[in-house]
Design a protein around this ligand. Sequence first.
Ligand code: C2E
Ligand code: CA
Ligand code: CA
Length: 902
Amino acid sequence: MTTEAADARPPRRISLRRQAFLRLAGVTVLMAVGILLVGLNSFHTRQGREIAQKQAVTTAHYADLLPKVDTDWQEYAQRTRIRIELLRILETDGDARWAKLHSYLTAQGEFNDFPDLMILDAQEQVLFRYGNEAASIANPAPLRAAGWYVAPASNELYRVLATPLWLGKSGQGTLLLLRRLDNATLGDLAIPEVRLLLHVDGRTLAASRPGLAVFGDGRGFRSGLVSDVAPPVIQDSLPWPGQSGAPLLVIQREFIDSYPLPEFLMRPALAIVLVLALILLGLGTWLRRTVRRIESVTAAIEEYRRHGAPALAEQVMAPAHGAGDEVHDVGDALLSLMQSVDARDREQRAYLETLAMLEEAVLELDCDGVIQRASPGWQRLSRRDDAAVGRPLAEFLHPEDVGVLEALYLAFIRGEKEQGQARLRLSGGGAGQDQWVEARFVVRREADGSIGGSRGVLRDVTQTYLHEQQISHMALHDALTDLPNRVLLEDRIKVALLMARRSRNAVGICFIDLDHFKNVNDSLGHKAGDRLLVAFARRVRGLMRSGDTLARWGGDEFVLLLPELTSATDVREVLDKITEAFRAPVKQEDTEFVITFSIGVALFPGDADDVETLLSQADRALFYAKAQGRNQACLFGDIAAKSGGRKELYLQQKLADAVRNERIEAWFQPLIDARSGRCVGAEVLARWHDSEYGWVSPATFIPMAENLGVIRDLGRQIWLQALTAGQAWRAQGHHLRLAVNVSKRQLFSPYIAEQLLGELALHGMTPADVVLEITESVALLDAANTAEHLFALDRLGFRIAVDDFGTGYSSLSQLHELPADELKIDISFVRRINEPSGLSMVQAIIQLAGALNLETVAEGVEDAVTAARLIELGVDYLQGYHYAPPMSRHHFEEWMGAQARS
Ligand code: C2E
Ligand code: CA
Ligand code: CA
């Protein structure tokens, strides 16, 4: 872990409520302590001041009093002296005078304060003593000097006052008076609350009250408050006025605080309580409310996180909106955030639900093609229950298709493509059959523009794919025998010619026509005829080499392509083999048929060197073989050498005559509107009756007319007959659309558009009344050239129909490029509508036409069941024997009349 990450560790969580409580408590405690300290401080200041004041007052009192007392005593001593002197007792001589004095003193009651006195002469000799203490003092000199005397026996203190005294004859003496300072004396001096003590040399000699002591500490006397006694005392001292050796008066004033501490602290305490109450009331309630509001925001977020309902969260958040402040704003902002998140959530859910409904699977892949996300459609599509996420998409693909995906991815990563499509097979989906999906991938980019992978939509196209496969198979194969059809055959011939040119080998093309096959059809029915054709095809195929191709040309005609022949004898061998094989009859449901056939062969490079000529030479050889009495094979080389195909030349001659003499007739076959069941038009079909050959099929004489170069004349005759008929019908009130067949050569002839337009105008009709039918093979196989002509016709307003749709099919995509209006579903499909595969084919074609916005015509409708089916499938127009065969103009008009009557 990086240091940044470590730094980002969230701080220890302490709830707001707790923080508020702690802070409030802290402030309260600090404030209480502060107020208390300030209170104590002012208490002590005040008390100190009181003590100092009391001490000063008391001491001053005694400083004032003591000198007065002492002076009183001095005055008293003077008065005593004066009295003694006035008595003149001492002026007499002898010792009697002392007795007289003694008596006098004893008589004087007032003498109590000074119970002891001494009289000294000028030489300091004691002349007289009075009182017990005086009697014990031997030498009065030190006393007199000190002014103080401490009786050694009784420890009593005396003030010694000296005054001169006239001794008569003895001259000037001294009177010494001793004033005792005892407890009583101090008691008298003491004022209320004050105790006094006398202290001399560390000893207390008197006290105003018994039991008193001086307070001192290690160093001596303590001045100021002595609080360790009860009651506390303010102590001070004062020396007795006079000499330096005087005793010390200790003053102890009892100190009773006028304002004791508890009482003093009452006010701060009260202040604390008051402030606390104010804080709690003012700040505390606000704080609690604010915290609750903030908590409600947190709770709302938690609620939203749990249930995802903004409405519930809003209810929980109600307290936050109790005042219009920032908390309110934060709440609002959060709410709108939740609402927008919620809206986006719902939107996303809707998208996901929609995604789940889709048939398509939506995948998200990373850069390595690993599935990151898969919509529910994936499981349906892949038909697998195992988890797809985390596995490469390639694992689900057919091994052969993995490369396709890889190539697409490579193009993405190289930046060559931003999106791409691919048709892929899924593997392992069970069901045996490959499952085809169409995948569309788009590059997915990250925010920084780099490729983050791709997003893909996968659609099941198996059905479409199978349809396509089926369509393209059917397009190239004959429906009945499943043999290659003309289109595929021509393709194979081309390839064979290419190869033969390189290998210098020969190619054989054999036209095979069953003899008298029409008889089988007529006598036993189409079904039996069809079965016989299938049996014939199967037997011939059994004889072929692997490179050979047997194709159905149409009806009872087959073409056998023999590539890589070394000589003409090779062909002979093959033909002999086939003839040999059909000596045995073909069994069909109890009936045995002996099949005989005529064969016409053309060889490359001897007879011709292009496909078209080769085919027509082989056809001529066949014609020759038939003309020779059938059941034989003819090589073109042989007949060319013999007679030049005289029979065919004869028929061509007859056709040329018929066209020149305008004996080609236009017949009409009704086109029925599927919705109304009414005839809305007619297909114009050419008919030729030859005096010798009878009715010759247009399938024979139209190609012949093209070869002879008379097709334009022939076409014009048909066209004019149709216009004349159309004009007449119009006059009678029948607005019929005329569908005219246009062959390749007609289409490519110059000025056709102008010519058609001019003739239309002469007959009072417009291009919109005409449908030009171009067979699919012509329209699509040479689309580039055809398109030009078709567009010109389309621009003029002609309707264009793609005829025989489904037989010449090569590429559906080319259909887009043609200006077609209609699709004519080929007869071969309509025939097979009662089989499931045929039904799905017709369905596919109708869907395709719908997608391309083309109308559909079903031709060859021979029965009511088929007609009903087709109508149900949504075909627009119907044509066929079920409604009416092609008819001469006369018959057609009769049919119309009958139709109108019914
Ligand atoms: P097509 O254009 O496919 O014409 C339809 C063919 O189907 C006609 O054959 C018609 O007689 C036949 N038919 C109609 N209804 C049914 C049905 O219910 N069952 C069956 N089995 N057949 C039905 P037809 O008249 O022999 O014409 C053959 C082809 O000759 C035409 O095929 C068309 O390609 C060509 N053709 C005919 N008249 C002309 C023409 O005036 N000009 C050109 N250029 N070609 C023509
Ligand atoms: Ca036609
Ligand atoms: Ca047709």
